[in-house]
Design a protein around this ligand. Structure first.
Ligand code: AFP
Length: 321
């Protein structure tokens, strides 16, 4: 099986980017180890603090954030970091060539039930003019990403990653500590009969998504003429992994509750990296109004609506908008 390095070289990734990715993944391996220790290592449960989003932080949120922050700051490859768990950007090395954005532990409520969680990341070039503590350099559209991926801490630890030459799946071989390619150039099936949405929010949705989901629920008796199944992991990383592997549509749509929060998911840490992975695997990723990767961020913690997955199903959903 091909190793991470060989795949990245084959895809034409520059040496410094390869070294940065290896550094980031070394941090993820440590997170994977801590996660697998669970209650034995005392890493489960909540802290008494809240993050900038007003969410109570889990111990594993804080631990994972610290691991990634420390390893990336020390590496010298990174000029600044933005993290879902940090209020502001974290300045790193003044000569670092890259910017890294991450959600250190996506789906952290799942830690309490030993269910799927993961780390989501994206990498972009750091402009030369940028001061390491300047957040404005992070305000670039997702089309500027040079790499993105997630590490899924499940029954096996898996990595899905793209550097713009296809999306590849890797599995962590814990016997020697390396990620091996277990599926190169994964292609998302274009059609599907599976969807993922938190239906408890239905009364807050806008009309297009109400109508679309209504038609899916009507199944074989409705206009779509077939029965659909529904799945919800409560960790985007788990839902997107399923969609990448066997097709589907994942939605966290615009929701009328709070106009300041157009959707729940964060553009930089969740929507953009997943959109890059999905597009590179032949899928689509939209806000309902346009391509996720073309959204110009106005602030680092910005939230966006997300409709992502199998090409024909996302296209069908967009017809309702
Ligand atoms: P946490 O990491 O704070 O648990 O949030 C996970 C998440 O942002 C995303 O991964 C899920 O798809 C979504 O929230 C689940 O949200 P609800 O099930 O609460 O609607």
């Amino acid at each position: 099986m091909k190793r991470l390095n060989s795949q990245l070289q084959k895809d034409g990734a520059p040496l410094e980017l390869i070294l940065l990715i290896r550094t980031l993944l070394a941090g993820c391996k440590e997170i994977s180890f801590r996660v697998s220790q669970g209650a034995l290592a005392g890493v489960l449960g909540s802290t008494l603090s809240e993050n900038v989003q007003g969410e109570t932080q889990k111990k594993l949120d804080v631990i994972s954030n610290q691991i990634l922050k420390d390893i990336l700051k020390d590496s010298g490859y990174v000029k600044a970091i933005s993290s879902e768990e940090e209020d502001d950007v974290v300045p790193c090395h003044p000569d670092g060539k890259y910017l890294v954005s991450f959600d250190p532990l996506d789906g952290s409520s799942n830690t309490e039930i030993n269910s799927l969680i993961g780390t989501i990341f994206s990498i972009a070039h750091a402009p030369q003019w940028m001061e390491p503590d300047d957040p404005s350099a992070f305000l670039q559209p997702g089309t500027q990403m040079v790499a993105a991926g997630y590490v899924l801490y499940g029954p096996s630890t898996m990595l899905a990653m793209t550097t713009g030459r296809g999306t590849h799946l890797y599995t962590l071989d814990k016997t020697h500590g390396g990620f091996l390619v277990t599926q190169a150039n994964i292609q998302v099936p274009e059609d599907t009969a599976e969807f993922a949405i938190n239906a408890s929010n239905q009364r807050h949705w806008e009309e297009p998504i109400q109508n679309y989901i209504g038609d899916l629920m009507a199944g074989a008796d409705g206009p779509r003429g077939k029965d659909y199944n529904m799945r919800w992991v409560a960790a985007m990383v788990g839902d997107i992994h399923r969609v990448l592997c066997r097709g589907g549509i994942f939605m966290y749509p615009f929701d009328k509750r709070n106009p300041k929060k157009p959707g729940k998911l964060r553009l930089l840490y969740e929507a953009n990296p997943m959109a890059f992975l999905m597009e590179q695997a032949g899928g689509l990723a939209s806000t309902g109004e346009g391509r996720i990767m073309e959204v110009m961020p106005s602030e680092i913690h910005q939230r966006v609506p997300v409709l992502i997955g199998s090409k024909n199903e996302v296209a069908k959903c967009l017809e309702y908008y």
